[in-house]
Ligand binder design. Sequence first.
Ligand SMILES: [Zn+2]
Length: 115
Amino acid sequence: MGVREIKCPVCEGKQCLVCNRTGFYEIEGEIWAGVQEPHVVQYVHDNLPILSKEYSEIYGSGMNMKTLGILKKNWEVLEISSLIGSMWVCINIQSAETKHFYKEGGLKKWLVLEK
Ligand SMILES: [Zn+2]
């Protein structure tokens, strides 16, 4: 079975880490057959610092922010996601006090337990 060269599916030819900045990607055998989700996860894990930088260059800040609404009296919760994880910022719409959570468990605990 030969080797096929295709336009890099990650950057679509714009040159990235995955294609060694060539814009092309060599595939042996059946296309995609060797790529399984655990491999992708492993790859992301092993290359996170580089990928994070790469991600920012390709897609901008790489941050996605959305409001989850008022989840507690007077508190609006914003969820901020990026390649390196998520965090939550809670803003008191009356006092402008803020709280930060880096684990969803911490946020949920605060939502339930504290008044
Ligand atoms: Zn590429």
